[in-house]
Design a protein around this ligand. Structure first.
Ligand SMILES: Nc1ncnc2c1ncn2[C@@H]1O[C@H](COP(=O)(O)OP(=O)(O)OP(=O)(O)O)[C@@H](O)[C@H]1O
Length: 283
């Protein structure tokens, strides 16, 4: 088996006196569908922020495809194959669904050309300048590139069940569809690993059921590793093969859904006895 696509090794992060994440370890391989759960304030979003370069760990190492990425910027880590969605939806609200996805596809194409490291800024500036002229003159090369980006974005809208919303402004989409558009946009950056922060938040029961099917389909169709933060236990337990449970920044359990939901520490910290009662008692 090849090595992990995403790895956290002994990662800790501190905000003043608060240890938001302590000695956090994680490995996501191709084809994995893992969950990250825990009570409010447990450190789940902080973990996403450290993995994606929004925060720098106080200790430990984050690796993407075996490369240490501590100190890299979020867009550089994205370029290495890690994409995410946010708990609070972040879309270009006044752009159409299609353009939201095209922006992501275009950004990735630009990064492929510019690369990273020395000279990337200069190459980026030159590319912007060149693109400006190509767009102004509507050169055949520019038009062909536009058609290709449109094709890619349309395909992603189709996969996410949003083809019918192609030309609607993102802000006019129902909430559940905005969440799916965010996933389409993340996919536009061609990730190897996808981090989903509460993808089902605000969705009704039907939308959640559809989302479960869709997340599995994305994993299979795009050969992804997926890590999901989610409070909806039916969804997490229903789709994830391995679940990590955080409480006050500490990893209190990790394992298959059946192991995790019968773990006494997890029940005490998060699930509560009412969960146990409604699910027929501990294993
Ligand atoms: N930038 C920051 N500065 C200071 N404290 C922070 C910062 N980011 C997160 N925290 C704190 O770290 C802890 C973990 O927060 P985090 O948002 O990761 O929790 P969470 O598990 O995602 O919670 P929720 O389920 O409510 O989203 C909280 O106590 C939070 O207040």
């Amino acid at each position: 088996m090849s090595g992990p696509l995403l790895e956290a090794v002994g990662v800790s992060i501190q905000f003043g006196g608060l240890k938001a994440l302590s000695d956090f370890n994680l490995a996501i391989h191709k084809g994995d569908l893992q969950g990250l759960i825990g009570p409010n304030g447990a450190g789940k979003t902080t973990a996403f922020n450290v993995l994606t370069g929004v925060y720098q760990p106080t200790q430990g190492e984050v690796r993407v495809s075996g490369q240490r990425v501590n100190g890299r910027l979020p867009h550089q880590i994205n370029h290495l194959g890690l994409a995410r969605t946010f708990q609070n939806i972040r879309l270009f609200r006044a752009l159409t669904a299609l353009d939201n996805v095209k922006v992501a596809c275009r950004g990735q194409a630009a990064l492929n050309e510019e690369g990273l490291g020395a000279g990337a800024k200069f190459r980026g500036a030159m590319r912007n300048y060149r693109d400006w002229w190509r767009a102004l003159m509507l050169t055949p090369g520019f038009q062909a590139e536009e058609r290709e980006l449109t094709r890619q974005a349309e395909h992603l809208l189709e996969v996410m069940g949003l083809a019918h919303r192609r030309d609607e402004e993102a802000r006019n989409l129902p909430y559940g569809e905005q969440r799916r558009l965010e996933i389409a946009r993340a996919l536009g950056t061609r990730p190897k690993v996808l981090l989903l922060d509460e993808p089902a938040a605000g969705m009704n029961t039907r939308e959640k059921a559809d989302l479960m099917v869709l997340i599995r389909k994305l994993r299979d169709e795009f050969d992804l590793g997926i890590l999901v933060i989610e409070h909806d236990m039916k969804l997490v337990m229903g789709i994830c093969e391995q679940i990590t449970v955080l409480d006050h920044g500490e990893t209190i359990a990790r394992g298959a859904p059946a192991e995790v939901r019968s773990d006494r520490k997890v029940i005490e910290a998060y699930l509560g006895d009412s969960y146990l009662e409604s699910h027929g008692g501990a294993a």
